[in-house]
Write a protein that binds this ligand. Structure first.
Ligand code: NAI
Length: 342
């Protein structure tokens, strides 16, 4: 009798998980650079999403094992592996969201811009394949320097005649995640409630947390603003130095990227209440690309939330003006990279 009731319970559990999970699992996600430090934990987190039906993992090496390993998790998505350029097109076919963490990470003493030469070529090649095989997909660029790799991706997509600025995103979620964590720690707030918008770009002083717009509303002394801003801007370097040559942020980055993927999938699925910060083509400022809070919808960026740039403090206003020349130069460098080598 005990055996029977256990069996019944198990069946019920399985039925329940099926009826809960099955109808929702319908989106295809590809991770390019899936065997890397970010790619692996990111793939694991995406494998846990009930919204994903297919998880396509691409890398130039070592991705077979990652996929075999992940495929044993009893969550709904089907994991497939794709190795090397000849399998890239198959990896991308019918994909809804493409996440790109391919490329080299920083070592101590390096800036994100030092990665330009290697990563610019990688992003260019991968985005060409995205344009050819899944031009309607949301594209999430993680590979640094994001301030330049997103303009590179935009130029590639334009050359291919498939650029939709509403669907190209530089992933800056980690800056928001860090800002939320550091502010909650400093102010003894419940983490779950804290929300700090981060605007600008994704490198050094171009990362601008708008602490005055923190929710719930909190007050900071001038010293606190200075300390928190600098810590958020240098948080990546904190990790690079702690890892002492073994790379940059991977686990917190995977967490942040998975959050952005999940938000994108919810938006695709019709959720009308999805907001994130991201680095996108924008006319909020005179710069052609700029990170700010956006509303996500079925077609990508549904609205750019410009209101947070109103009523900045003097400190924020100065920091905003100070970041513009650097961000502008990084954007121009990315655009020139593609236009000079058509
Ligand atoms: P990693 O070196 O551990 O992994 C990179 C992976 O990319 C490797 O598996 C490698 O085989 C693969 N790869 C290289 N060339 C490729 C190509 N042509 N096609 C497909 N895959 C290729 O590096 P990690 O730590 O995963 O970092 C990846 C990138 O993410 C770096 O550029 C890093 O700067 C950036 N990053 C971005 C952050 C952000 O907030 N947006 C935060 C942290 C890192």
């Amino acid at each position: 009798a005990l055996k029977r009731s256990y069996k019944g319970k198990l069946q019920k559990q399985n039925q329940r998980s099926y009826s809960y999970v099955q109808p929702q699992a319908s989106y295809k996600v590809a991770v390019l650079g899936a065997a890397g430090g970010i790619g692996q934990p990111l793939a694991l987190l995406v494998k846990m999403s009930p919204l994903v039906s297919a998880l396509n993992l691409y890398d130039i090496a070592n991705v077979k094992g990652v996929a075999a390993d992940l495929s044993h998790c009893n969550t709904p998505s089907q994991v497939s592996d794709f190795t090397g350029a000849s399998e890239l097109a198959n990896c991308l076919r019918d994909v809804n969201v493409v996440v790109i963490p391919a490329g080299v990470p920083r070592k101590p003493g390096m800036t994100r811009d030092d990665l330009f030469n290697i990563n610019a070529n990688i992003v260019r090649t991968l985005v060409e394949a995205v344009a050819d095989n899944c031009p309607d997909a949301f594209i999430h660029i993680i590979s640094n320097p994001v301030n330049s790799t997103v303009p590179i991706a935009a130029e590639v997509l334009k050359q291919k005649g498939v650029y939709d600025p509403k669907k190209l995103f530089g992933v800056t979620t980690l800056d928001v995640v860090r800002a939320n964590t550091f502010v909650a720690q400093k102010k003894n707030l419940k983490l779950i409630d804290v929300d700090v918008p981060v605007i600008g770009g994704h490198a050094g002083i171009t990362i601008l947390p708008l602490l005055s717009k923190t929710k719930p509303s909190v007050t900071f002394t001038d010293t606190e603003v200075e300390e928190l801003t600098v810590r958020i801007q240098n948080a990546g370097t904190e990790v690079v130095e702690a890892k002492a040559g073994a790379g940059s942020a991977t686990l917190s980055m995977a967490y942040a990227a998975a959050r952005f993927v999940e938000s994108s999938l919810r938006a695709l699925d019709g959720d009308s209440d999805v907001y994130e910060c991201a680095y996108i083509q924008s006319d909020l400022t005179e710069l052609p690309f700029f990170a700010s809070r956006i509303k996500l919808g079925r077609n990508g960026v549904e609205a750019v939330i410009g209101s947070e740039l109103q009523g900045l403090t003097e400190y924020e206003q100065k920091a905003l003006e100070a970041l513009k020349p650097e961000l502008k130069a990084s954007i121009e460098k990315g655009v020139a990279f593609v236009q000079k080598q058509p």
